[in-house]
Design a binder for this molecule. Structure first.
Ligand code: UDP
Ligand code: MG
Length: 313
């Protein structure tokens, strides 16, 4: 079994592959541990797969997974994690914007006792307006929402202890949230500055729209991290407040009608009372449904509601 598994999602990076092979091999051989490289070819339509196939033929440490179509970078990571046999998993981009020479430093940090070490592209070589600014905003929001403070969630260059990623199921743009999700399990996360280079070959696969997908995923993560084992507490809370205020407004209107004898049929407050009471009932109902779903989920998947670091006796 190799000690390191390097996982690389790759989509139409034909021009970068030979250099990727050269730089990775140099860095990993210098580091000295046994390793494997798992490339997930995410439905490339250029000559990427032929190049990868040739590499696999001469270096069996390189394993290639070829997707039937383009499933996205997150799916590439997921496939790699699934196949990885190493004790430590390193993820890196195929376009060489990350520098394989940083791998030994990630490993050194991991060995200080961390479970995840994340790269921080201090001097990021991407466009400011469409990439760096949205990313800064997203990092700030994600850090606030998850209480895991990282400068650069979007950096692909990360090192994980293998048992950490085994618990995590990836969907959407979720790969960037692994440190946040994993911290919910109690893992220790560190961040170190890494080198970042301009894209030398090919073009970026993303634009500004990714920001919106990331924000939507953040809402999911925020909910899952905080309330996934007790949905009634978040929905029920909002529901109770809404219901309570609605009843109060309704009581006030009842007084106005019967004590003061005024007509309330045309008052906007009446609508508000009805709205709040209905909303409250709906919310509590949703919380209860959530509880049912959560029970089905945890019991059918055998997912524990706790995670053990070690056990004595
Ligand atoms: N990638 C992928 N599937 C996709 C899009 C991208 O596997 O659908 C890979 C891509 O080949 C690269 C990495 O994900 O190795 C990061 O993509 P890119 O460099 O385009 O993103 P950026 O660095 O501009 O954020
Ligand atoms: Mg890139």
């Amino acid at each position: 079994m190799p000690h390191l598994s390097v996982v690389i999602p790759l989509y139409n990076e034909e021009a970068a592959i030979d250099e990727l092979y050269r730089q990775l091999t140099e860095a990993l051989e210098a580091y000295g541990a046994s390793y494997e490289v798992i490339v997930a070819d995410d439905g490339s339509t250029d000559g990427s797969f032929e190049k990868l196939k040739a590499i696999h033929a001469r270096d069996s440490r390189w394993r290639i997974i070829r997707f039937r179509r383009n499933f996205g970078q997150t799916a590439g990571f997921a496939a790699g994690f699934d196949r990885a046999r190493g004790d430590v998993i390193i993820t890196i981009d195929a376009d060489l914007q990350n520098d394989p020479a940083d791998i030994p430093r990630l490993m050194a940090k991991l060995e200080e006792g961390y479970d995840i070490v994340s790269g921080w592209r201090v001097d990021r070589k991407d466009a400011f307006l469409t990439r760096k600014l949205p990313s800064m905003t997203a990092n700030w929001l994600i850090s606030r929402a998850t209480h895991v403070h990282l400068h650069d969630y979007g950096c692909s260059l990360k090192a994980y202890r293998a048992d950490v990623v085994n618990h995590i199921h990836l969907y959407g743009e979720l790969h960037r949230f692994i440190p946040a999700v994993a911290s919910g399990y109690g893992v220790r996360v560190a961040e170190i500055p890494v080198n970042h280079r301009p894209r030398a070959h090919g073009s970026s696969k993303y634009g500004i729209t990714r920001t919106f997908r990331v924000l939507l995923d953040l809402i999911t993560i925020y909910f899952l991290l905080g309330y996934s084992t007790r949905p009634i507490q978040i929905f029920g809370g909002v529901g109770l407040v809404s219901f309570g205020v609605g009843v109060l407004v309704g009581l006030y209107l009842t007084l106005v009608k019967f004590a003061l004898g005024q007509d309330i049929g045309t008052r906007p407050l009446l609508l508000l009372a009805v709205l709040l009471i209905l909303l409250g009932v709906q919310m509590i109902g949703m919380g209860l449904l959530g509880e049912l779903i959560i029970r089905t989920y945890y019991e059918s998947t055998g997912k524990p509601i706790f995670y053990v670091r070690e056990e004595l006796g």
